[in-house]
Design a protein around this ligand. Structure first.
Ligand code: ADP
Ligand code: MG
Length: 450
């Protein structure tokens, strides 16, 4: 009779709702007064309670011909595994992308710098939908991607039917472009908005200046949020620093929980070095681990690189890694990374943003680049310089010191310029405001280079 009741419920509820939320439900208990429905996790339970309780209650009351109390509980893993595979259970692929099985919560070392990020990620993995979205930011190589995969791995291990998709913002863009080329955007939207329960988007700063893609991402987020699905985003900037992102996308990011991963202190780095070595069964002596913790101090990818190299070294020589060999390896890694030729992507983006800001200012004030850098006191020229300084500071968060260097002016001149523009705007100089708005609009709507 229990199955019968479910079958009837299914017939009375929209197919979409059923497939999304109730396809794995079970009646775990029922008597004269009460029906208890088992659901697979908190995420589904919360949504069903909030959004579908009324329709479920009405339908069941109707079917039974009497009023009963409806309650929901989470099925234990055993209950979920023992369920008979009847027509009610729809098998669907859970893993919508590949995950790095080494990036787990277990292999992540907790320290002051990443404690909040770690526990927030853990909480999201245990109760998807609770903090939505989760936004993790921090510099390159501090464990953001590791935490994302840890969330995905945890969910896949513990939940019975949540579909998890991880991809970088760049992948998202490429998939989108492929779909546009194939004139198949419907399929793309279906894929991202309908078949995903947990969406993880890595390195979202990649979309700076790519307005079309941001727009698509915004709509993807919206459908997912509205359906109560979990979104997790990583970035090497704070939402605030994604200044040229569309404001509505930023405010989406800000709706949830924002956490930082910072640079780990030396003790934590020591533990991370030990853990990394452990993961690849490398016997790392304490003095070598200390040496690495002390000398590789910012980007943990380099720490990992050093450890992989030490592993190779011990394999080849058949001798345990020494501080001496570690020193050689660290030095060569540092030399490689310090070469001026290679920009890291953050710097490259910074340059692009600054350049496009300068171009827009020149455009708006109709002056040339030479005039901008000249000593001309012509009103339009000096005002354009002040506006540029102002926007570099407010919009791109560039330190006054760097602005002064770039414009070849002294610190106080720049500070003064910024204040002056700020005050003009405050007292309602609409002509100036219009110019600044135009400039901002220009950068925001800049042609997408894809
Ligand atoms: P990000 O995505 O922030 O650039 P990653 O997640 O790729 O950084 O981390 C770089 C490397 O450092 C990875 O190999 C990762 O496993 C490792 N790592 C980072 N933080 C930790 C940590 N707290 N404990 C263990 N390994 C870590
Ligand atoms: Mg990363």
């Amino acid at each position: 009779f229990k199955d019968d009741l479910l079958e009837k419920l299914k017939m009375n509820i929209s197919r979409e709702t059923w497939n999304n939320w109730l396809s794995t439900s079970e009646i775990v208990h029922m008597n004269e007064k009460e029906v208890v429905i088992g659901l697979s996790n908190h995420f589904i339970k919360d949504t069903v309670e909030k959004k579908y309780n009324t329709v479920i209650k009405d339908t069941i009351t109707n079917i039974l011909g009497r009023e009963v109390k409806i309650s929901y509980k989470i099925k234990t893993i055993d209950q979920a595994k023992n369920r008979t595979s009847g027509p009610l259970i729809k098998n669907r692929p859970l893993k919508l992308s590949e995950f790095n099985s080494e990036f787990t919560f277990g292999s992540f070392v907790i320290g002051e710098s990443n404690r909040m990020a770690y526990y927030s990620s853990m909480e999201v993995a245990k109760n998807p939908g609770k903090f939505n979205p989760l936004f993790i930011y921090g510099d390159v190589g501090l464990g953001k991607t590791h935490l994302m995969h840890a969330i995905a791995n945890h969910i896949l291990e513990h939940s019975t039917d949540l579909r998890v998709k991880y991809l970088t913002a760049e992948d998202f863009m490429n998939e989108m472009m492929d779909s546009i080329r194939a004139q198949n955007m419907d399929n793309f939207r279906e894929r991202f908005r309908k078949t995903v329960d947990i969406l993880l988007i890595d390195d979202v700063q990649f979309l700076i200046g790519k307005n079309n893609v941001q727009n698509e991402l915004f709509h993807t987020f919206n459908s997912l949020f509205n359906a109560g699905k979990q979104v997790i985003v990583c970035s090497d900037r704070t939402p605030d620093e994604l200044a040229t992102f569309h404001p509505r996308l930023i405010s989406r990011f800000e709706m949830g929980l924002i956490v930082n991963v910072g640079t780990p202190d030396e003790d934590t780095r020591y533990l991370i070095a030990k853990k990394m070595a452990n993961m690849i069964s490398l016997n790392l002596s304490d003095d070598v681990a200390h040496y690495l913790a002390e000398n590789v101090n910012r980007n943990l990818r380099r720490l990992r690189g050093a450890i992989m190299n030490l592993m190779l070294h011990t394999k080849i020589t058949g001798e345990p890694a020494t501080v001496y060999s570690a020193k050689k390896i660290v030095e060569s890694i540092m030399r490689m990374n310090n070469s001026k030729v290679k920009y890291n992507s953050k710097e490259a983006y910074e340059t692009i943003k600054i350049n496009s800001l300068i171009n827009s200012v020149l455009d708006e004030f109709e002056i040339t680049r030479d005039e901008l850098y000249s000593n001309s006191r012509k009103k339009s020229v000096s005002q354009s310089r002040q506006v540029l300084a102002y926007l570099l500071k407010i919009y791109l968060k560039m330190p006054v010191k760097n602005i002064a260097k770039m414009l070849k002016r002294n610190h106080s001149t720049i500070s003064h310029s910024i204040k002056k523009i700020d005050q003009s705007l405050l007292i309602g100089n609409n002509k100036l405001k219009a110019k600044i708005d135009n400039i901002k609009e220009k950068i925001e709507n800049e042609k997408v280079d894809i």
